[in-house]
Design a protein around this ligand. Structure first.
Ligand code: NAP
Length: 738
């Protein structure tokens, strides 16, 4: 590092100053490390323990000679030290501090300097311990911790860069924000929790009769409070005075929240209690997901997931694939809007439906579970949703975003819908535009992409809408807005799309009329809670249907699969291709038709897939491309341009991947031409698209060599246990992380 720093001076050789000095000395890139402290004993200790190179005798001289000066004294002492050093600070001296509050340090500097030096960049390492003094100095104190820099208008970019380098050299992650934001954030995340710990421990310690017992039997939670309350009283006294306004605002919010909880306990208000506890319980996980910007339920360590599928094998047995994604989403939405308690079984615990679940929790709905696919929703009624505390994060889920936008456009509060990087690229104009026609006010990013900022308190008016494309999401979005829009809302589709929203609304006692290709709702009704048994998802079942269809000796039964007429395109298409497929034990469950599907190997033949089947099988095409690659002759897919705006451009993703495996395939603007033939091995990209990833796994059954599939983490969006179930059925797939 060529930073030209020859002498770095640390004023205040306590825990933070000592740790910084020690770290800089060890790093060696910031010149000679000089220490100064008003206590000569501390300074002497610093020298003897190797924390500093040199102990300064004269502060004035040390400051004049230093290129870099760090103030590591208590916040209350900052102004006095600044007065002492100001005459010796040159315009090119780099100056920073480590104070836990920033507004007061900056005000002190403004009083001391006539013009703030350009080398001055206030800072705050978010690291520490309950210990103090130079003996506690630890060169690794800042490793993997955050440091906030709060540059001022006067701060030079060179100074910001240098202090960024300094903290990074000690292993810290540097964040930049303004002074006010810093004080607000710290009041909430550090100062308030310290106040709670001090107050709680002090209150319990004062209980007359059993205070010794309280400490004797202190369990984990209380012990954590006592640890925090062990922090330096003088430092915290200073912080309270220095950040008074922001801290008082946070204390008031907390006291109000605690008051609500107290009132709920007093009058046995279970809904408020459970609401508070269930939201708080998942808050940490929820916010880590948002911060990592990944798909909803990604564990950060799982970001790089690769599937390795060995060639050959066959599939057999009886399996039940996870619950239907579309129905799982809608069960949460309508259950939340219903009056009464809705019990859901067979709920898909995948990322997308969990994103919907979290969004409704954020809007004040108490939802218990999911536990083994069971979810209990305490409905708040059609007008009972509350303003969420911040943007609603729906991860990777296009369904959540599109359906929610219709619902939110009609609420009394403003809201914002955000998602992960992949969702942020997907078009939302198709829902925003018709909603605007109904009177909604929605702001999108460039080209109609997320985030969507939706204004509340708009009164919507029903309308008739002829959808330009066949999309169940757009239809559902408008029907949900129609629950609130004045008069009637009707949507006509150019080709049949999924009708789960209509069926489920009827199931909840809210009438949706179907007039040919048009669905009609009127506002003013109510939804009544009910039981929902989510059928297995035909889209997830598809991978196994194709697996059995392409692989000699296969004989597989898929249990309890939803066979809604708007979803059975894949069954029709596979039958047209010659598949041996039977529907057994057909029945109706909660308004949705269900069957067990038995599929046995039979040679497939290439066909021109009828365009009227395309919308009924839109999510199944990646797997159908694999079926086509294993069929005899040529298969033509057309009228499927919708595939280009799914989680990935599915036409391109499949064309690229199958070509890599040696398949003769050409993409067209609205489909592909696929010639059946041998499949080789190779490395293919799923482009973070779950269905592409699973389709290439199935292809391995007929491949000559191993297929390695990159970027498979998103398989969890729809099929969390795919690898386990695939192996149980006879595939040879391994999941690799790293
Ligand atoms: P500390 O261990 O008590 O060290 C402060 C040192 O500064 C002591 O040696 C003190 O000497 C010395 N000092 C006080 N007034 C001085 C003056 N006028 N001139 C020269 N030296 C003086 O405290 P710390 O925990 O390192 O905290 C230092 C700063 O870091 C504070 O501004 C604090 O807000 C900030 N900070 C602390 C933490 C944490 O967790 N501890 C975390 C982040 C930031 P005496 O012992 O004689 O008073």
């Amino acid at each position: 590092m060529s930073n030209n720093i020859k002498k770095a001076l640390i004023i205040g050789l306590g825990l933070i100053g000592g740790s910084l000095a020690k770290g800089l000395r060890k790093n060696g890139s910031f010149g000679e490390v000089i220490g100064f402290d008003r206590d000569p004993d501390e300074l002497e200790k610093g020298l003897l323990t190797g924390v500093i190179d040199v102990a300064a005798e004269s502060l004035a001289q040390a400051v004049s000679e230093a290129d870099l000066v760090v103030l590591a004294v208590p916040v209350k002492a900052m102004e006095k030290v600044l007065v002492d050093i100001a005459p010796f600070i040159a315009e090119d001296t780099f100056l920073t501090d480590v104070g836990s509050t920033k507004g007061n340090v900056v005000e002190a500097a403004q009083r001391v300097f006539t013009a703030l030096p350009s080398g001055f960049v206030p800072g705050h390492p978010i690291a520490g311990s309950e210990k103090s003094g130079v003996e506690a100095a630890d060169e690794n104190l800042f490793l993997n911790h955050k440091v906030i820099l709060t540059p001022l208008a006067e701060s030079s970019s060179g100074a910001v860069k240098l202090f960024t380098e300094m903290w990074s050299a000690l292993g810290a992650e540097v964040l930049v924000m303004n002074v006010e934001k810093h004080d607000e954030v710290l009041a909430a995340t550090s100062h308030l929790p310290h106040m709670l710990a001090f107050s709680l421990v002090d209150t319990l310690a004062q209980e007359q009769d059993n205070n010794t017992d309280i400490f004797r039997y202190a369990a984990g939670g209380f012990r954590d409070f006592t640890r925090i309350a062990g922090s330096d009283p003088t430092m915290w006294h200073d912080i309270c005075l220095a950040n008074k306004e922001a801290l008082l605002a946070q204390l008031d919010r907390f006291v109000a929240g605690l008051g609500n909880l107290r009132a709920a306990i007093e009058c046995g208000d279970s809904e408020t209690m459970l609401g508070t506890f269930t939201r708080a319980r998942v808050a940490r996980e929820h916010f880590s997901r948002i911060l990592s910007g990944t798909a909803y339920s990604h564990d950060m360590s799982n970001q790089q997931v690769t599937f390795r599928a060995q060639p050959g094998g066959s599939v057999s047995g009886k399996i039940r694939v996870p619950g239907d994604k579309s129905i799982s989403h809608r069960s949460i939405m309508l259950g939340s809007l219903a009056d009464g308690v809705t019990e859901v079984t067979g709920f898909l615990e995948g990322e997308d439906s969990l994103a919907t679940l979290q969004a409704f929790r954020d809007m004040g709905v108490v939802i218990e579970g999911p536990v083994d696919g069971n979810v209990t929703i305490y409905g708040v009624g059609i007008n009972g949703l509350q303003a969420p505390p911040g943007p609603l994060y729906v991860g990777n889920s296009g369904t959540s975003m599109r359906l929610l936008s219709g619902l939110l456009a009609a609420q009394q509060f403003d809201s914002e819908l955000t998602g992960d990087a992949s969702l942020t690229k997907r078009p939302m104009g198709r829902v925003a535009d018709p909603l605007r026609l109904m009177g909604a006010e929605i702001e999108t990013a460039e080209n109609g992409r997320p985030p969507l900022k939706i204004k509340g308190k708009r009164s919507l008016t029903g309308m008739h809408y002829e959808m330009p494309m066949a999309s169940a999401q757009v239809k559902s979005c408008l029907l949900l807005a129609g629950l609130y829009a004045e008069g009637q809302t009707s949507v006509t589709e150019p080709a049949p799309t999924r009708d789960h929203t209509e069926r489920m609304l009827n199931g909840f006692g809210y009438s949706v009329e179907q007039e040919g290709a048009t669905a009609v709702v009127s506002s003013g009704g109510q939804l009544h809670a009910c039981r929902i048994d989510v059928p297995a998802d035909i889209s997830s079942a598809t991978f196994f249907m194709v697996a059995a269809a392409i692989c000699p000796d296969s004989d597989l039964v898929l249990e309890h699969v939803g066979i809604n007429p708007t979803r059975i395109g894949v069954i029709n298409i596979l039958r047209l291709m010659g598949a041996n497929l039977e529907l057994l034990n057909e029945r109706e469950v909660g308004g949705e038709p269900v069957a067990d599907i038995r599929i046995r190997y039979a040679p497939l033949k290439g066909i021109h897939i009828p365009e009227d089947q395309v919308p009924l099988a839109i999510d199944e095409f990646p797997a159908l491309f694999v079926a086509a690659a294993c069929a005899e002759g040529t298969t033509i897919v057309s009228g499927a341009e919708e595939l280009r705006v799914k989680e990935s451009d599915r036409i391109q993703s499949m064309v690229d991947g199958l070509k890599t495996l040696g398949v003769d395939i050409e993409g067209t603007p609205d489909g592909a031409v696929i010639k059946g033939g041998p499949i080789g091995g190779g490395v293919v990209e799923s482009h973070d698209d779950h269905r592409i990833a699973m389709s290439f796994c199935i292809a391995a059954l007929r491949a000559k060599d191993t297929i390695v599939i990159n970027e498979c983490a998103n398989v969890a969006t729809s099929f969390p246990d795919f690898v386990e179930l695939a192996c149980a059925a006879g595939l040879k797939v391994e999941r690799e992380e790293g």
